[in-house]
Design a binder for this molecule. Structure first.
Ligand code: KIV
Ligand code: ZN
Length: 501
């Protein structure tokens, strides 16, 4: 079997998605999940772009074992030096240099002629090779570049020591057949192409990111750059789960090709990225959407009951999606609870397990049927990387259709109790305002979504929200059978993230 290298750029291009912002601890948490899932290369960030990015790439390089850790750099010495420095502690490192080669970018953005671009590309790759034997070069906007010039640049950077050449469809303009042809033309027209891996990096502006990447694979690309849930600049990047599952599901077409990805980790990792970025997954999103394995119409349900393959091309459990499978109830013990979590891919420390178990017991008192998704919601809350600064002690709300809602909230900080109350536009708003009074941290709610995690009137409600505190946007999630409690917990998580930044 020949391997398709999975290069994950969730922490770099994914984090460039408008509104996504991850702190260092969250980046490390995602990087560890990517490593556990079997990703080959993690692009951890763009070190020169900010001190925060630099430090996050250092943290990932220091603490994540397994995959190659990569840092992005423009074709500028100080960028390459910053990337090399940030990656110094990585067991295996890659420097990724990019420079645009399309007429439109060279003329308007870089204001440079072809010969200057060629010189810069070669010099920057040579310079990067001084720090790492693994260097990737991306001719940015390759799909809109003049073919002859692109071939010459690719040949020259391989000559200068690039071990991977990445062909980006930077603005998601390509169409699959055209993009596949580009890859095959590169193979035909670049004499030394056999000395480098051909990679592709497709954006999703026309919804073709995954299709273009897969067509490129058919034409000889052996590395695919992608992100979990397809997040990224504008309409996002090619989605990792779609690429991996297409290669795995259509073995008849992708003959002899495979990836290292442990597919049963896909759903869990997708949820983690969604939780930490605050980007809710559309219910109809392929592979990881809540409806991806739901069958609504009578004819389909009948078919599924008779033979699942009538309407199901992937077994939900193959990607770690367990549907509503009833698992535990009020009388389940600690052992069954821990076993079930292990099966779902969670390995909790002793104290985390204790806390999660006591939350499970509280939930079991309120809710008769407990499903896997309920458990995941509880556990994800308990394995937050940082210890919260502010903890919820209790809250009370007085609300109705003829009165102004009033909330009183009690929070604890380092064993001291603080109480605050406020009115608001609704009970949730009143609670948020009361918490703002206590913490003296003012936030602007940008986005608030409430979803039922499972079925029934007693289903767990999950609140995802994004809050702007001064000039920082923070995403957070909270869950409970009570929607006000879920909202309070989500807002408190956001406040804590900001306070502990
Ligand atoms: O879209 C793009 O061209 C990029 C490059 C930096 C690879 O993200
Ligand atoms: Zn990109």
């Amino acid at each position: 079997m020949e391997k398709i290298i999975i290069f994950d750029t969730t922490l770099r291009d994914g984090e460039q998605a408008p509104g996504a912002s991850l702190n260092e601890g969250e980046k490390v948490e995602i990087a560890k999940a990517l490593a556990a899932m079997g990703v080959d290369i993690i692009e951890a960030g763009f070190p020169v772009s900010s001190p925060g990015d630099f430090s996050a790439v250092c943290a990932v390089a220091r603490s994540v074992k397994g995959p190659v850790i990569c840092g992005l750099a423009r074709a500028i010495k100080k960028d390459i030096e910053a990337a090399a420095q940030a990656l110094a502690k990585a067991r295996r490192r890659r420097i990724h240099v990019f420079l645009a080669t399309s007429k439109i970018h060279m003329k308007y953005k870089l204001k440079k002629a072809e010969d200057e671009i060629m010189k810069l590309a070669v010099e920057s790759v040579r310079y990067a090779r001084k720090f790492s034997c693994d260097v990737e070069f991306s001719p940015e906007d390759a799909s809109r570049s003049e073919r002859e010039f692109l071939f010459k640049v690719v040949e020259a950077v391989i000559g200068a020591g690039a071990t991977t050449v990445n062909i980006p469809d930077t603005v998601g303009y390509s169409e699959p057949e055209e993009f596949g042809n580009l890859i095959s033309q590169i193979r035909e027209n670049v004499p030394n192409i056999g000395r480098a891996v051909i990679s592709v990096h497709c954006h999703n502006d026309l919804g073709l990111g995954a299709a273009n990447s897969l067509e490129a694979v058919k034409n000889g690309a052996r590395q695919v750059e992608c992100t979990v849930n397809g997040i990224g600049e504008r309409a996002g990047n090619a989605s990792m789960e779609e690429i991996v599952m297409t290669i795995a599901t259509r073995k008849d077409i992708f003959k002899g090709l495979t990836t290292n990805i442990k597919k049963e980790q896909i759903y869990k990792t997708s949820r983690l990225v969604s939780k930490l970025t605050g980007f809710v997954i559309a219910p109809n999103k392929a592979i990881v959407g809540a409806n991806a394995f739901r069958h609504e119409s009578g004819i389909h349900q009948d078919g599924i009951l008779k033979e699942r393959s009538t309407y199901e091309i992937i077994k939900p459990q193959d990607v770690g999606f367990r549907g509503l499978g009833l698992v535990l109830g009020k009388h389940s013990g600690r052992h069954a609870f821990a076993e079930r979590l292990k099966n779902l891919g969670f390995h909790l420390s002793g104290p985390q397990l204790e806390k999660a178990f006591s939350r499970f017991k509280m939930l079991a008192d309120k809710k008769k049927d407990i499903f896997d998704d309920d458990l995941m919601a509880i556990v994800e809350d308990e394995i937050k990387s940082a210890k919260p600064l502010w903890q919820l002690e209790s809250f009370e709300v007085n609300s109705g259709n003829r009165i102004s809602p009033v909330a009183s909230v009690r929070l604890k900080k380092k064993n001291r109790l603080f109480v605050g109350s406020s009115t608001g536009d609704g009970p949730v708003d009143a609670c948020f305002k009361a918490m703002e009074k206590i913490t003296a941290i003012k936030g602007e709610l940008l986005d608030y979504r409430l979803e039922a995690v499972t079925k029934g009137k007693d289903a767990i409600g999950e609140v995802n929200l994004r809050v702007r505190f001064k000039n920082r946007v923070v995403a957070a999630r909270g869950s409970s059978t009570d929607v006000i409690e879920a909202s309070v917990s989500a807002y408190l998580n956001a406040l804590n993230k900001y306070a502990l930044r």
